[in-house]
Design a protein around this ligand. Structure first.
Ligand SMILES: [Zn+2]
Length: 91
């Protein structure tokens, strides 16, 4: 799916329609201090390996993770993601 890089939509901070820039959110590195990561380290330490069976296969589509940044107030908000196999930002 192709999507414009800039759209005009409602900004919850300005409470009006403003130009927004769309940016994809990239996955960051897992922090070692986060609860899930600590749990993972604890469970995988010692004898026996992975805590749970690996998920079977991969879904053909993933939900997109986008930020909408208002060009007026420079604040960003999110929207409910939609499913698509590939997202291209253009324009
Ligand atoms: Zn705004």
């Amino acid at each position: 799916m192709k999507m414009p890089r800039r759209i005009r939509t409602h900004c919850p901070f300005c409470n009006s329609h403003e130009e927004h820039e769309i940016e994809k959110v990239r996955k960051g590195k897992a922090s070692e201090m986060k609860w899930g990561q600590r749990q993972f380290r604890r469970v995988t330490s010692g004898y026996r390996g992975y805590p749970r069976p690996l998920p079977v296969g991969d879904k053909p589509t993933k939900k997109v993770d986008l930020r909408y940044r208002c060009t007026e107030c420079n604040k960003s908000h999110t929207r409910e993601g939609f499913r698509t196999s590939r997202l291209e930002l253009e324009g």
